[in-house]
Design a protein around this ligand. Structure first.
Ligand code: SAM
Ligand code: SF4
Length: 461
C-alpha cells in the first residue's frame, strides 16, 4: 500500500456524474487515495464534467483556471497537484482540452474510469494522457465496490447506475455521442451492489440511467430483464424501503412498469417523465418519437395504476422553428397535467447534433422571454403542489440532523425536503409527519402522535 494521498472529485451536471464520482473515488482508494472536500489539499483533482448545454462546458474551463492557480501555488511550495478532466466534456472534447488548458494532466472519458489507477500513475510520472476510447470490457465489473465507511458518509439514500448511454438520438442531445450506445448492467450485479449498500445502512435507492426505463440487463433466468422486473427484485432486498428511478423516456414506459407502480409499496409515487414540448410539430423535429397525445395517455395510465402519483418533467423552449403557437401548446400541456416541479431549459445548440445544423434557430431574446413564461407556469404549479400538503400526514424518510438542535431533515415520498423535531435515533427510519407549515424550499412538520419508535430493518442500520 502506497503513502496516503488525497483526491478531490468535483461533479458537474446530473446524478449519473455524482454516482461516477463516487465510483472513481472508490476505485482510487485501494491505491492509497483518501477523499478530501478541499481541492487545495489534494494531490489529484478530478473534474467530472457535463456537456449537456454550452454553459456547462464553459464552467469547466473556468474551474480548470481556478485549479491551475492552486496547482501553481502548490508547485512553488514543492508539491504537485495533478488535474484530471473526466465525464462528458472529456469524452466530447478529448485532445481539445489539452490544447485549451495546458495545466490538465489527464483526460479520461466516461467509459474508462476503471483504468484510473494506472492512468493516474502514468500522469504522475509526467505523461500527458487522453483516454477517451469506448473499451469493450465491462467498466462496472472492474470498478471497485464502495467501502462501508464511504457508503455511510454518503448518507442513507444512494444512486445506482443501471444503464448508460442512449440509442434514441433526440436531435438536440449529445448523450448518444458522449455516453455511447445504450448498455444495461446485469441484474445480478445491481442486486449485489444494492445488497451491499443496504447492509451498510442505505434505505433508499434511486436507479439511474440516461434512459433508465430502456433497461434490459441480463436477468437471473438468463433472459433479458425489464426495469419493472429489476424493481420487483430490489423491493425484496432487506433494509431497502424506498425505490425510485430516473430518467425515463415516455416511449419506454411499458405496461409492466406501469403495473409495478400499482403493486410495489417501495416504489415511490413520483415519476420524472421528460416531455420537452407540448407541440407535435416540435416533438417530431426533436425526433422524440411520441406525440402529445401519447404522452398524456401514458400519464393517464400511470395515474390509473397509482392515483397519488406526482409527475415532474423536462422542457426545452426555443428549439429551432418553435413558434408562439408551439410554445403555447407546451404551456397548455403543463396546465393539463399539473406537474409537481420541472426542469426548464432554453435550447442550446450542441456541436455534432442535427438540431445545431437546423436553419431556423431562435434568437436568444425570444428564448429567454419564453423561458421566463415557462418558469412562471412551472413555479405556480410547484407552489400549489407543496401548498396542497398543509395539515396532511406524510411519510418522511429521516436522513440527517437539521440546522437547529433536535431537528432532523428528511424527504417525503415526493422528494420534498421536510424538517421536523425528532430524536437523533430516528435517522434512517420512515416517520409519519403532520405538515404544519410550508416554506419556500421545504415543508415543516411534527411527528404524528401515534408515531412509534423507529423500525430499523436495514442490516447495518
Ligand atoms: N434522457 C432524458 C430524456 O429522455 O429526456 C434526459 C437527458 S438530458 C441529460 C436532461 C435534459 O436536458 C433533457 O431532458 C433536456 O430537457 C435537456 N437538454 C438536453 N439537451 C439539451 C440542449 N441541447 N439544449 C437544452 N436542453 C437540453
Ligand atoms: Fe438524450 Fe434522453 Fe433523447 Fe436519449 S432520450 S437522446 S438521453 S434526451
Amino acid at each position: 500500500m502506497s503513502r496516503p494521498r488525497k483526491v478531490h472529485v468535483k461533479s458537474f451536471g446530473c446524478q449519473m456524474n455524482v454516482y461516477d464520482s463516487h465510483r472513481m473515488a472508490d476505485t482510487l482508494a485501494p491505491g492509497g487515495f483518501h477523499e478530501t472536500a478541499a481541492p487545495e489539499d489534494a494531490d489529484l483533482v478530478i473534474l467530472n464534467t457535463c456537456h449537456i448545454r454550452e454553459k456547462a462546458a464553459e464552467k469547466v474551463y473556468s474551474e480548470i483556471g481556478r485549479i491551475r492557480v492552486m496547482k501553481e501555488e502548490a508547485e512553488r511550495q514543492g508539491r504537485k497537484i495533478l488535474i484530471a478532466v473526466a465525464g462528458c466534456v472529456a469524452q466530447a472534447e478529448g485532445q481539445e482540452i489539452m490544447r485549451r488548458a495546458g495545466s490538465v494532466d489527464l483526460v479520461v472519458g466516461s467509459q474508462n474510469y476503471h483504468r484510473l489507477p494506472e492512468l493516474v500513475a502514468r500522469a504522475a510520472s509526467g505523461e500527458k494522457i487522453v483516454d477517451t476510447e469506448f473499451p469493450i470490457e465491462d467498466k462496472f465489473e472492474k470498478l471497485a465496490a464502495p467501502r462501508r465507511d464511504a457508503i455511510r458518509a454518503r448518507g442513507i439514500s444512494a444512486f445506482v447506475t443501471v444503464q448508460e448511454g442512449c440509442d434514441r438520438f433526440c436531435t438536440f442531445c449529445v448523450v448518444p455521442y458522449t455516453r455511447g450506445a445504450e448498455v444495461s448492467r446485469p441484474l445480478k450485479q445491481i442486486v449485489a451492489e444494492v445488497e451491499r449498500l443496504a447492509a451498510a445502512g442505505v434505505r433508499e435507492i434511486t436507479l439511474i440511467g440516461q434512459n433508465v426505463n430502456a433497461y434490459h440487463g441480463l436477468g437471473e433466468d438468463g433472459a433479458s430483464s425489464s426495469l419493472a422486473k429489476l424493481l420487483r427484485r430490489l423491493a425484496r432486498v432487506s433494509g431497502i424501503c424506498r425505490l425510485r428511478y430516473t430518467t425515463s423516456h415516455p416511449r419506454d414506459m411499458d405496461d409492466d412498469l406501469i403495473a409495478a407502480h400499482g403493486e410495489l409499496n417501495a416504489l415511490m409515487p413520483y415519476v420524472h417523465l421528460p416531455v420537452q414540448s407540448g407541440s407535435d410539430r416540435m416533438l417530431a423535429a426533436m425526433n422524440r418519437r411520441h406525440t402529445r397525445e401519447d404522452y398524456l395517455e401514458v400519464i393517464a395510465r400511470l395515474r390509473q395504476a397509482r392515483p397519488d402519483l406526482a409527475f415532474t418533467s423536462d422542457f426545452i423552449v426555443g428549439f429551432p422553428g418553435e413558434t408562439e403557437s408551439d410554445f403555447r401548446d407546451t404551456l397548455s400541456l403543463i396546465e393539463h397535467v399539473g406537474f409537481a416541479s420541472a426542469y426548464t431549459f432554453a435550447y442550446s445548440p450542441r456541436p455534432g447534433t442535427p438540431a445545431a445544423e437546423m436553419e431556423n434557430q431562435i434568437q436568444d431574446e425570444e428564448k429567454s422571454e419564453r423561458l421566463q413564461r415557462l418558469q412562471a407556469a412551472v413555479t405556480r404549479q410547484w407552489r400549489a403542489f407543496n401548498a396542497s400538503f398543509a395539515g396532511r400526514e406524510l411519510d418522511v424518510l429521516l436522513e440527517k440532523s437539521g440546522k437547529l438542535p433536535g431537528q432532523l431533515v428528511g424527504r417525503s415520498s415526493y422528494l420534498q425536503s421536510v424538517q421536523v423535531m425528532a430524536p437523533h435515533s430516528h435517522i434512517g427510519s420512515v416517520a409519519r409527519v403532520i405538515v404544519t407549515d410550508i416554506g419556500s424550499n421545504s415543508l415543516f412538520g411534527a411527528l404524528a402522535d401515534n408515531e412509534a419508535a423507529p423500525q430499523l430493518t436495514a442490516a447495518g442500520a
